[in-house]
Structures are given as structure tokens and as C-alpha cells.
Design a binder for this molecule. Structure first.
Ligand code: PLP
Length: 362
């Protein structure tokens, strides 16, 4: 199965969108089960194939008690407790359909546990490469689903090198972020869902914790596809990429006006696993979405994230993951600086269930 282009760039799936718009309508979509497979025609798996599914439900929008136009999109409700389920459901279904033997995947934790679960459901083997300081629950989850978990003394880029080597050696399919085109297709369903939840318009601003950027790029692709078939108009949200002060290659590149991430961020020093990606393969795509959406990039401190998570748990009853709390910190700082107005409709992505991290000692 093809992974990257000849010059090692990500491959993007293109559809005959006029055929899709002739075959389905908004009404048909609305009548289907509220899960990611209601977008079937916009996904690469042939319609006659059964997907490998663990119940990828539509995730709710939860309004803040004191900020009624700010919504948490709670992706922690998905199988294996994170948004990684969306991408892995499509990528594993496609790999099964194309007769792959099994997988390798480098991970910050959640992609590995999702890959392990979907591969188990598909009856396929998986080798997961995770940094040694990956949260324990995620490492245990990977093994619990029967995958081989390799503990790597290094960051995700080192995990990626080892995974690629193993993929070539054992003829396994490499599920590394954007090294194959199908995880992005699963992730883009977040964008479709938002359009439907906002009655075919879109919110003003979206805060997304960015590591490899699949959801960020995927949402924008979904908006492009919906606009191309006339289901939404051309107004788009400002997309905000959120990282931390200890790993912010996207913010640095964006603010320097670069079109790609030129150098690896070093030294990486943050407790937030999902953003610990020193040089994302999809850097060019992420930066082009920031540009096209007139968005911006933010980096927040680990201390502010911990404090915000604690405060939201007590004031709203929501256990945010560290990455979700990072988005909320970025929003509050933008509110204060005037980069976002109080009356704008805002989405804060909570990309995983907070229970996947060690709870603070009390
Ligand atoms: C909870 C969480 N949020 C955000 C991210 C970053 O996601 P992406 O690679 O799509 O930018 C990750 C990646 O591991 C994650 O686990």
C-alpha cells in the first residue's frame, strides 16, 4: 500500500465530489446513525466493505457555564478515549481491505492505543514505538490490546525512525502520522461533524492542540469538500494551533513567516505528550491552513495548563486532558489580548479523556 509521494510528502485522498453530491444529501446524512460512518461517501473505504468499527460516536459540544458561546468538543468519548480512534478506524479498515499483514506505529501514546485496539478488532498484529516517558495508562492499554510495545529512549521522531525500519524489515504497514493518507481521512470527520452541529455554518474560532496536525489539516480538508459541493458557504473559522512553550515549532515557523518547518525544535521540554513533535511531517500543510484561515499559533506554559485543568475540573465538572487544557489556556489569553472577541463562537478541542493521565496527588 502506498504511503508517501515520490518526494516523501504526504499523499491526500481526492474524491469525485460532484458524484458524491449527486448521490447523497444533507437530509440523508442527518437520518443516519450519529457516528463517523454517516460520512461514508466522503471516506476512502469502498461502500460495500464493512469498516472495522468500535462505535465511533459523534462527540458532544459542551458549553462552559460562564461562557455560553464557547464549546468543548469532547473527543474523550471515542473508543480508546481519544480522537485518535477516528483516524485509526479508517486506516486499519483500509489496510485490512488492501490485505496488509499488520502495522507499525510511532506514538505519543493515544495513537498507539487506538492502533492496538483497531488492529485487535481486525485480527492484525501491531508494533508500537513509544517514548519511555509516555503516560503509563497508555502504555498499559497498548499491551492490553495485544500489541508489541517498544519503549524508546527518545522522542516521537526517534520512534518514527525505528518504526519505519521495522516496517521495511517485516513488511508491515506504517501508520505514522501522514506517512499514509487514511488516518487524515478519518480525522477529517471532526470537520463534518462541526458543520452539522452548527447547522451547516461554522464557528468563528477553533483551538486545536497540534502535534503532527492531522486533525487540524483534516478539518480544513472537510470544510473544503463541503464548500465544493455547496453544503457550506465560504466563511471559515480562524484556526488556532496550540502548542507549549517547551515545544512550539509551528508557532516559531508561523511567526517567522515560513512556509514549512525548517528545523527540528530542540530541546523539547514539556509534560504534554500530544504536542511533543519537534518537526511535524505535515508542517507545510499546517502552516498553509493557519495562513488560509487568518488564524494564529499559540504556545502556553505547562504550569498554566495544570492550573487550568484543575480549575475546570472544579468549576465545570470536566476532566480535560492536558492538550485540551492547553487549548483553554490559549483561548483565555487570546480573550485578554483581544485576539478573539467575547461574543465569538469558539471550539476548544478536548482531544482525549483526562483519565488517561495520572491524576494529581491530593
Ligand atoms: C490527546 C492528544 N491531543 C493532541 C494530539 C496531537 O494530535 P495531532 O497529531 O493530530 O496534531 C495528540 C497526539 O498524540 C494527543 O494524543
Amino acid at each position: 500500500m502506498r504511503g508517501l509521494s515520490d518526494d516523501n510528502a504526504p499523499l491526500l485522498v481526492r474524491y469525485f465530489l460532484d458524484k458524491i453530491s449527486g448521490a447523497i444529501s444533507k437530509d440523508i446524512i442527518i437520518q443516519r446513525n450519529p457516528d463517523m460512518w454517516r460520512w461514508r461517501e466522503f471516506l476512502p473505504l469502498p461502500l460495500e466493505m464493512e469498516p472495522i468499527s468500535l462505535g465511533e460516536t459523534e462527540t458532544p459540544l459542551i458549553a462552559f457555564s460562564k461562557l455560553p458561546n464557547v464549546f468543548i468538543k469532547d473527543e474523550g468519548r471515542l473508543p480508546t478515549g481519544s480522537f485518535k480512534a477516528r483516524g485509526m478506524a479508517v486506516a486499519v479498515s483500509m489496510a485490512k481491505h488492501l490485505n496488509e499483514n499488520g502495522f507499525v506505529v510511532p506514538t505519543a501514546g493515544n495513537a498507539g492505543s487506538a492502533a492496538a485496539a483497531y488492529a485487535a478488532a481486525a485480527g492484525m498484529q501491531t508494533h508500537v514505538y513509544a517514548p519511555i516517558d509516555t503516560p503509563d495508562v497508555m502504555l498499559q492499554e497498548i499491551k492490553f490490546h495485544g500489541a508489541q510495545c517498544h519503549h524508546v529512549d527518545g522522542l516521537i521522531d526517534r520512534c518514527g525512525q525505528l518504526a519505519k525500519k521495522a516496517a521495511n524489515e517485516y513488511r508491515l504497514h506504517n501508520l505514522s502520522t501522514l506517512a499514509e493518507p487514511y488516518r487524515l481521512e478519518g480525522k477529517k470527520t471532526i470537520g463534518f461533524e462541526l458543520a452539522l452541529q452548527f447547522n451547516w455554518s461554522l464557528p468563528n474560532v477553533i483551538y486545536y492542540p497540534t502535534g503532527g496536525g492531522t486533525g487540524f489539516i483534516g478539518m480544513w480538508k472537510a470544510f473544503d469538500e463541503l464548500e465544493a459541493i455547496g453544503w457550506i458557504d465560504s466563511s471559515r473559522p480562524r484556526m488556532v494551533s496550540v502548542q507549549t512553550l517547551g515545544c512550539n515549532p509551528i508557532q516559531q515557523a508561523f511567526e517567522a513567516g515560513h512556509k514549512d518547518i525548517m528545523k527540528k525544535y530542540t530541546p523539547v521540554d514539556t509534560i504534554v505528550p500530544g504536542v511533543r513533535v519537534p518537526k511535524p511531517l505535515g508542517g507545510r500543510l499546517i502552516l498553509s491552513v493557519l495562513q488560509a484561515s487568518r488564524g494564529h499559533a499559540r504556545a502556553v506554559s505547562d504550569d498554566a495548563i495544570i492550573e487550568c485543568r484543575d480549575q475546570i475540573a472544579k468549576s465545570e465538572g470536566i476532566n480535560l486532558c492536558l492538550e485540551g487544557a492547553a487549548c483553554h489556556v490559549a483561548y483565555l489569553s487570546d480573550l485578554e489580548s483581544g485576539a478573539v472577541d467575547r461574543d465569538e463562537t469558539v471550539i476548544i478541542f478536548n482531544t482525549a479523556n483526562g483519565l488517561k493521565w495520572k491524576m494529581p496527588e491530593l
